[in-house]
Design a protein around this ligand. Structure first.
Ligand SMILES: Cc1cc2nc3c(=O)[nH]c(=O)nc-3n(C[C@H](O)[C@H](O)[C@H](O)COP(=O)(O)OP(=O)(O)OC[C@H]3O[C@@H](n4cnc5c(N)ncnc54)[C@H](O)[C@@H]3O)c2cc1C
Length: 364
């Protein structure tokens, strides 16, 4: 850069003294039918880093009905990094409904004043985050891909794709508190669970009641229909994924992806054009408008590596790209690249792994 290059000046900023009283990082602990959504633990891992940067406590927020195991969720939250938990129990919090959950969360925020509030970008988290931010008149950055703290002004710097994924923008909420953000499942790494951590650090549970009559709530739960997604592909939780792109040229060739996946015990993923062409179901689409995945191994065959695909899979521990164009963008971030025809390389890999597995089995 030459000396004449324009210097980017940061806006001078002073936080309103009333807002400076807001302290602490909070994570909403989402649960359903006795199960905490794993994104809550991922967010505690990320929240821990933010809280340490700010020098404040990390809290989990559990809204539940009596008998929902709220105490257990708090102790689990301690094992994943929380210093304390706010537990609000009321019969109206039995199943998730926007009204009572928004009322409960806003009451907790107004009482205990956190500076950062994180929620999973799940159906429940998105619904709650929007109405809490609107009620509290504060800023919310949705679907973030990274979070950090700008220590100069203690602001949460929340980065997310924008303009159809062609740019990444970092958003700060300077003049309002709390600073809210949602993050999709599997975008952040799962922290290690530390049994007994709660007792070790004297973690506390702060119980806070919710005075809200059932009659005042307009939505009623009439029935519970279990989500059938357990029967669908579980891409976000797969350890190995073999993904195919439009470079495979036609539907019959996509079978080569399935063949390799079967030998490796992997899930099958796809780029958006493949899904749009009907070669794979929508549940297999990886990327900005599909699933975010974090496998140990991601094999991408005939995929260019467009930013909208990349944001869904770059968290993989190891990415192997097969592409016949040495200048394909995917080679910029893949750990291993194979330049060549996927129609020849996929069957060769399938055969090599089949033989290797057969040898290992015979030896074992
Ligand atoms: C708002 C928005 C959201 C989007 N969301 C997503 C999303 O969630 N997921 C997603 O994937 N995309 C998404 N896209 C589309 C994205 O921009 C790209 O168009 C898409 O990822 C490209 O898919 P592809 O790499 O399979 O196909 P192409 O871009 O057509 O690339 C094919 C690649 O295969 C290579 N190739 C060709 N023949 C062979 C061969 N024989 N052997 C090996 N390699 C070969 C080519 O060199 C090329 O790199 C989105 C776009 C927008 C605008």
């Amino acid at each position: 850069m030459s000396n004449d290059a324009p210097v980017k000046k940061k806006r001078k900023f002073e936080l309103d003294p009333r807002l400076a009283a807001y302290k602490g990082v909070w994570v909403f602990i989402e649960h359903e039918r006795g199960q905490v959504h794993p994104v809550s633990w991922e967010l505690l891992g990320e929240g821990r880093k933010l809280a340490d940067m700010l020098g404040v406590e990390l809290a989990g927020v559990v809204l539940a009905a009596p008998g929902d195991d709220g105490q257990r969720f708090c102790h689990d939250a301690f094992a994943y990094g929380a210093d304390l938990c706010y537990l609000m129990e009321s019969p109206v919090l039995k199943d998730y409904r926007n009204d009572p959950y928004t009322r409960g969360m806003t009451e907790l925020v107004n009482t205990y004043q956190p500076e950062v509030l994180l929620l999973g970008a799940t159906t429940q988290g998105r619904d709650l985050a929007g109405s809490v931010a609107t009620t509290l008149l504060t800023g919310l950055t949705a679907d973030c891909t990274s979070l950090t703290i700008d220590l100069e002004n203690r602001s949460l710097a929340a980065t997310r794709p924008t303009f159809g994924g062609s740019l990444l923008c970092t958003i700060v909420t300077l003049n309002y508190r709390p600073q809210m953000a949602t993050v999709r499942p599997r975008v952040m790494a799962m922290p290690e669970r530390q049994e007994g951590r709660g007792a070790l650090i004297n973690a506390r549970i702060v119980e806070h009641p919710l005075a809200m009559a059932e009659e005042s709530i307009i939505t009623k739960v009439l029935d519970y229909i279990p989500d059938d997604s357990r029967d669908k592909p579980q891409l976000p939780f797969a350890d190995i994924i073999v993904s195919g792109g439009k470079g495979l040229a036609k539907q019959e060739n996509f079978q080569l992806v399935w063949d390799l996946a079967r030998v490796l015990g992997a899930e099958v993923g796809a780029s958006r054009p493949v899904v749009q062409a009907g070669w794979a179901e929508l549940d297999r689409q990886v990327g900005q408008s599909g699933k975010t995945v974090r496998p140990k191994l991601y094999i991408a065959a005939g995929i260019s590596g467009a930013i909208q695909h990349r944001v869904g899979m770059e968290g993989a521990d190891c990415i192997i790209a097969i592409n016949n164009d040495p200048n394909a963008p995917i080679f910029d971030f893949a750990h291993y690249g194979i330049v060549g025809d996927a129609l020849q390389i996929l069957p060769a890999l399938t055969e090599a792994f089949r033989q290797k597995l057969a040898t290992t089995r015979r030896a074992g």
